[in-house]
Design a protein around this ligand. Structure first.
Ligand code: ACO
Length: 357
């Protein structure tokens, strides 16, 4: 029995290779550093999905732009309902209105719905009217415009795009695994994506970056870090943005995002504080858990990046999902074409009735 399934190999995949000991991430043959630097989000989707859909155009931009418009129109009657729900629950509701097919149209619709709903939820939570998408804009720039309500500058849009690309896929993490389980039953892509989102929202997975900012706010200054960290660890708390199930060294995505944030001058004060606090946390974790190599994970600099581009912290998990949705869909299609129905075994340890005995 392996409760966390670390030693269980449950799929063969061409999507990504998480090399935990080396701190390297390869996404369909391309290192994450190169993917984040050279690929648009639309190109990343085509890169992951190539060969898994029939008749896929080389450039998905126009299909995706048109799908954002359709998704927005479909959602308008439900804005009041979405406004009343916490962000990730609202996103699940919006996704449940999208088609649950297996084809490219369904896949594109889900990616579009994720972005349009995230934008609408941001505006509704701020008490403002949602902003309609622009079909001709890049997916990342349009997403940021729908969140903020104004056209973002090139640097902010590109920073968000680099984030979405960086988190597009990451091996058989919890959300990808459940997405594959659902796909293995032949339920549609929408069902697989909703399952993925439901797993992602937990604080041990994709719910960490909001709490990273809460932690930085709580610490306040580098001088205060030592005491704050010690007290938190004494209370048995986990420090958000540190540790990883697979990486035994630094998560390479943390460095990609740190570099991107470094290019946004508005974030430099926060970045300097984050770096100073990161150093203290790493020292403390090494002293407290010498047998467990705990290093910075993707969520730490995700928090700084998303704050810098003007995303509210309640939206961070939704934005993670906006990036990861292409990976969930790729894995669902791969599971359908090469996998089997997922059905692990369990060991019964409950009581046995006298009758049965
Ligand atoms: N802060 C303090 N202690 C930690 C942390 C942390 N961030 N992470 C692990 N530990 C400790 C645990 O308390 C445990 O200590 P113990 O052996 O004395 O009881 C030991 O390290 C091992 O912990 P596990 O839970 O077995 O490690 P696992 O590999 O399952 O955990 C996880 C990985 C869940 C990411 C963990 O490191 C964690 O909770 N981190 C904080 C939350 C976070 O940043 N989540 C985002 C992860 S990245 C992503 O999903 C996209």
């Amino acid at each position: 029995m392996d409760a966390g399934l670390e030693t269980v190999v449950a799929a063969e995949t061409v999507m990504s290779d998480v090399q935990g000991a080396e701190g390297r991430l390869i996404i369909r043959g391309v290192d994450v550093e190169q993917l984040a630097r050279d690929f648009s989000y639309e190109q990343t989707a085509a890169h992951l999905w190539g060969g898994y859909f029939e008749q896929m155009p080389g450039d998905l931009s126009s299909m995706l732009g048109a799908a954002r418009v359709v998704a927005f129109d479909r959602m308008t009657g439900d804005f009041a309902r979405l406004a009343a729900l916490p962000e990730t629950e609202a996103l699940r509701v919006a996704l449940s209105l999208a088609p649950d097919g297996h084809d490219l149209g369904s896949a594109i619709d889900l990616v579009a719905t994720m972005a349009v709903a995230t934008g609408a939820i941001a505006r509704l939570k701020a008490g403002q009217a949602p902003v309609a998408p622009e079909a001709g804009a890049s997916h990342a720039a349009d997403l940021l415009r729908m969140i903020r309500g104004d056209k973002p500058n090139e640097a902010d849009a590109r920073a968000l795009e680099a984030y979405l690309v960086t988190v597009c896929d990451h091996g058989l993490n919890a959300s990808t695994f459940v997405a594959r389980c659902v796909a293995s039953t032949r339920a549609g892509l929408g069902s697989a994506v909703i399952a993925g989102l439901s797993a992602l929202k937990g604080p041990l997975h994709g719910g960490a970056p909001g709490p990273v900012l809460d932690m930085l706010d709580g610490i306040g200054s580098a001088d205060n870090a030592e005491t704050w960290i010690r007290e938190a660890l004494d209370r048995g708390e986990r420090l958000m943005g540190f540790g990883h199930r697979v990486y035994r060294t630094r998560d390479p995505r943390a460095d990609v995002l740190k570099r991107v944030v470094g290019g946004l001058p508005a974030s430099h004060g926060r970045l300097a504080l984050a770096q100073a606090i990161e150093g203290r946390i790493l020292q403390r974790l090494a002293a407290e858990k010498p047998d467990r190599k705990l290093d910075t994970n993707v969520e730490y600099y995700t928090a700084i990046l998303l704050e810098a581009v003007g995303a509210p912290r309640g939206l961070f998990t939704c934005l993670f999902a906006c990036g990861r949705v292409t990976g969930w869909i790729a894995h669902a299609r791969e599971q359908l074409s090469t996998g089997r129905l997922v059905r692990p075994a369990s060991v019964y340890v409950g009581p046995v009735s006298a009758l049965a005995a």
